[in-house]
Design a protein around this ligand. Structure first.
Ligand code: ATP
Ligand code: MG
Length: 312
């Protein structure tokens, strides 16, 4: 069952619960942080209240991305929306059980401060099997797994026969997602929507990529995930990290001195298509909020006129 039509889910006490989106894949470098940032910005641009969480406490790429965005907004005077953000630092205790407890406490405390005041929480995870990573997968309403278009990345989900390309067995990560889903259903009867996103696709489809796509389709039926239209390999997805910008921002005003290229526009469209294909619980409120924020930002960039000052 997919959630639809309402922006915010209400629990029994009538409190708003944010919809949790987790970007996860135990394969490093598959595009989790990049995807998390683009989805967070895309949702904020649509007017949703978005909070973000970085569980990759060693690398902190997602945290830096957001810090860079905040600094750039200040320095360039750009009207950029920045999510409320926190990260969970690596535990400092010697015993594994104590470390897990410390991390759990940090995460639950952080989430308690945002889960009732935001529409979406976007969580970025490390490319390894950690306690926090498993915990996050168990909380996901939507799990997004970006993967590069190659059999090395596919191997994190399943092993295939080298001659027939039949699926031989499910890999550890796929099994742990299945387990997280099962526990989630038992805990609160919610069904996690799992979407695998093909990332860094090349403009010319090779035979290898066709095979990966075909294997993904077969595997999606076995494991119950959906395959989203992919994100292409494009410079725009990595060039703006120092400024904290994404393909969705109006970077032509702040960075480029020319109009966006066709590649920029195509990148924007890919992200918008990806967000649409997630089928998140969004509604008209979000769009109205986005409109108000845009008008406010426009008004703030104009100098005050005398009548405004007298009226205020
Ligand atoms: N579609 C894309 N086009 C071009 N470059 C990309 C694309 N997606 C990601 N990258 C680049 O690939 C690298 C890995 O991306 P990213 O850091 O988002 O992956 P990750 O899964 O978060 O990695 P890790 O497991 O190390 O946390 C980065 O240099 C990023 O800029
Ligand atoms: Mg990362």
């Amino acid at each position: 069952m997919l959630l639809s039509s309402t922006a915010v889910i209400h629990d029994e006490a009538g409190l708003k619960n944010a919809h949790v989106i987790v970007c996860g894949n135990e394969k490093g470098g598959s595009g989790k942080s990049t995807t998390a940032m683009h989805i967070a910005v895309g949702l904020m641009n649509e007017g949703h209240r978005v909070a973000t969480v970085d569980l990759d406490g060693r690398q902190l790429s997602f945290t830096r991305y957001i810090e860079n965005r905040q600094s750039w907004a200040r320095e360039a005077g750009a009207a950029l929306s920045v999510p409320r953000h926190f990260h969970v630092p690596p535990a400092t205790r010697d015993l594994a059980a104590e470390s897990d407890g410390q991390e759990l406490e940090q995460l639950t405390e952080g989430l308690a401060r945002i889960e009732h005041t935001h529409d979406f929480v976007v969580i970025d995870t490390p490319g390894s099997d950690t306690f926090l990573n498993r915990l996050a997968h168990g909380m996901a309403d939507t799990l997004i797994t970006p993967m590069n278009d190659s059999f090395i990345d596919f191997d994190v989900l399943a092993r295939v026969d080298p001659s027939s390309y039949e699926i031989l067995e499910h890999s550890q990560y796929a099994l742990s997602v299945r387990e997280a889903r099962r526990r989630r259903r038992i805990a609160d009867s919610r069904i996690m929507d799992w979407i695998v996103v093909r990332n860094r696709m090349s403009p010319i489809t090779s035979r290898n990529e066709q095979r990966v796509a075909k294997c993904l389709r077969h595997l999606s039926m076995q494991l119950g995930f959906r395959v989203a239209d992919g994100i292409s390999e494009r410079v725009v997805f990595r060039e703006f990290f120092p400024m904290g910008l994404t393909a969705l921002d109006a970077f032509e005003e702040h960075v480029l001195n020319h109009k966006p290229t066709l590649s920029h526009l195509a990148a924007r469209q890919e992200i918008r298509d990806l967000i649409a294909s997630l089928r998140l619980p969004t509604d008209d409120h979000g769009r109205r909020r986005a409109d108000v924020r845009r008008r406010y930002a426009e008004a703030m960039s104009k100098p005050l006129e005398l009548p405004d000052i007298f009226v205020n």
